[in-house]
Design a binder for this molecule. Sequence first.
Ligand SMILES: [Fe+2]
Length: 432
Amino acid sequence: MTATVRTPVSSLTGLPHWETPPADLAAATREIKAAIRARIAASGRTVEEVLAEIEAFIAAEVADIVATRERGEEVWPVIAYADIAAGTVTAEQLALVERRGCAVVRGHFERDQAEQWDRDIVDYVENNHFFETYTGPADDFFGTLEMSKPEIYPIYWSRAQMEARQHPRMAAVQRFLNQRFVSESDGHRWFEPDHDSLYPDRIRRRPPGADSGGLGSHLDPGTLDLWMAEGYQQHFRHLFAGDFVAYDPWDASYRTEASQYPGSTMCSAFRTFQGWTALSEMRNDQGVLHTVPIPRAMAYLMLRPLAEDVPEEDMCSVQLNRTFPVLPQWHDVLTDALSSIPSVQPGDSVWWHCDMVHAVAPVTDQQGWGNVMYIPAAPWCEKNAVYAASVREAFVAGRSPGDFPAEDYETAWPDRFAPADLNETGRRGLGL
Ligand SMILES: [Fe+2]
């Protein structure tokens, strides 16, 4: 006799769920697909009908994006920092940010400030002999690039980065972005839009003349956990009931408390927007970031694996511990929407919704530098408070933060940003 191990069924969602990666992935994939299909069928429509509704919506968005591009207009909304600071962003601009899910903030920092930070970073790594001690990429995501000097510097605690993270202008923009989301629902406060957790990330310095293969279209929020963990099932409850109209990509309910499957590209924090701040001029044809600026396309990515042409044990090529790929084979309706950022100046910042498809274009013989500091919007919540505790320890010791390989280059660098240099925003962000 063999014992049958039954998958627990959530009393909250009615779906089978796995709070850690299932041991038998193929069986779990079949099980969750069948359960979501059954739930959609109970709504009175087929998966094919729901997918057709989403495809029609996406086709209209793609047509608008292509037409905007053909008129020579920017697809990405451009917001002046001055308007964010003064509270004078128009309703029309807000509606466009909501529609496109991304934005460039012009003049987020003064150009002089950004250029000073860029020089400070060079001094910081050179004074500390970073290039002599650098042992190569420890990260399997960017590790395919063979370089004598890195493009992505695994550096977290320079004065420049910390000054930018705790800057009142950064706090103002993060607050503005966090406020695009529903933070409170069902009698629960999911996150604090006015209080950011200062998620530490790396810098990129790509020199003139660089060749880069870019990064293919992908998503960052998770992998199979997006279908299999209970918290994400609650977050995507409307989609899993076949109700595309009720699905709101700006409602963060439940996801700040969802389990995540571990992986080397996992982000432990809840980010409303991913983002970076430009430290050099970057022309939009020099290997820059692109997005599919349709936040509701997440509905398609979540339900596409249920279609009949996808093998039963396949989630459109999404795998554990791999970046979520967006592929012409499965997601061709999105291809024509891929839109580059506008050209940016030092001090501009670039932001995109956490669930949005993005890519980095390839470039050969890059003109000018391509220098950025990665700084997202990661509002305070239970999940980010847990991560902030480990960040605090990494900061004090100068180690790499927990989401990144333990390269720990900066532990003995005397001029890294010190705890005494934190302002109130910095202390709050680290939970002090
Ligand atoms: Fe990404």
